[in-house]
Design a binder for this molecule. Structure first.
Ligand SMILES: NC(=O)c1ccc[n+]([C@@H]2O[C@H](COP(=O)([O-])OP(=O)(O)OC[C@H]3O[C@@H](n4cnc5c(N)ncnc54)[C@H](OP(=O)(O)O)[C@@H]3O)[C@@H](O)[C@H]2O)c1
Length: 257
């Protein structure tokens, strides 16, 4: 006989801001937090998808769900958006940055504007958000900033080096931010997923074999709760990327990766 474990509802629900809440990985993570009775503020650019996610999370037990429709590329709007979000939540325990684009690598090789768009969405916009969020958390000496980077940032490969370089920049920024503000009582978590089955990878013929977003989300929620610094999800990507990072360049440049 099997039983289904029901996560405990805490007496002090966490206040969680989710940027890019319609992301497959973010949605799966929010389902875990909703079952715990969390308070959620969800930001996404597609109003219809956002309303569906919010409604689902209310059904699953979230004690409070508010939303804002925003294109996170618009860095000028970040100050007002984030101020509104923390006011709506009446505080913030966790900010989860999940938005991102894979982009079109072959197009980006030919056209700088395509490459610049990938760098803007995946690096410049998160830097803007994290600057505001860290300035909110540091004077309060509390909070967790959890950021979805990628294993792709660990080494540039010919198949996706524009996306990879945006995530490499993001990982480096987040590492430096952690080095600065961990001592102020703010936890900064770098999340490096391997290939995961979401809308981002749906066009890849191998995507059926990619990691299950619910399992990835479980590891992310556990890492946030444990106040970890960095995780690879699934864990196997940690030794894989250790090997990939250490392949000598004279060999690496000849590989088809
Ligand atoms: N799936 C993987 O294999 C994998 C591996 C490593 C890292 N990651 C990272 O994990 C994060 C989540 O990705 P995912 O796999 O969950 O893919 P996803 O389902 O495609 O989610 C990406 C989300 O980002 C949103 N977004 C993109 N640009 C935006 C903008 N300018 N403003 C607001 N929202 C924007 C998208 O909104 P729309 O739905 O409106 O387009 C979508 O909700 C991304 O940062 C991704 O790079 C994914």
């Amino acid at each position: 006989m099997s039983t289904t474990a029901v996560p405990p509802r805490t007496s002090n629900p966490r206040k969680i801001l989710v940027l890019g809440a319609t992301s497959g990985i973010a949605e799966a993570t929010c389902r875990i937090w909703a079952a715990e009775g969390a308070h959620l503020f969800l930001v996404a650019r597609n109003a219809e998808k956002l309303a569906a996610v919010a409604s689902d999370l209310r059904t699953r037990g979230a004690a409070f769900v508010d939303t804002a429709v925003a294109d996170l590329d618009d860095t000028d709007s970040h100050h007002a958006l984030l101020t509104h979000a923390v006011n709506s939540l009446a505080g913030m325990d966790v900010a989860y940055l999940a938005h991102g684009i894979l982009g079109d690598q072959p197009a980006a090789e030919q056209d700088f504007n395509t490459a610049a768009q990938i760098l803007h969405t995946n690096l410049t916009a998160p830097v803007s958000l994290l600057t505001w969020l860290s300035n909110y958390c540091v004077p309060r000496h509390t909070g967790t900033l959890a950021i979805l980077s990628s294993v792709a940032g660990d080494r540039g490969r010919k198949s996706n080096y524009v996306y990879g370089s945006s995530k490499a920049g993001l990982s480096a920024f987040v590492s430096g931010l952690r080095n600065r503000i961990d001592r102020e009582g703010v936890t900064v978590l770098t999340i490096k997923p391997g290939p995961t089955r979401t809308a981002m990878t749906a066009a890849n013929p191998k995507s059926a074999k990619y990691a299950d977003p619910d399992k990835v989300a479980k590891s992310i929620a556990a890492a946030i709760a444990a106040e970890k610094d960095q995780i690879y999800v699934p864990f196997i990507w940690q030794p894989i990327m250790f090997i990939i990072r250490n392949i000598p360049e004279r060999i690496f440049k000849k590989l088809n990766l």
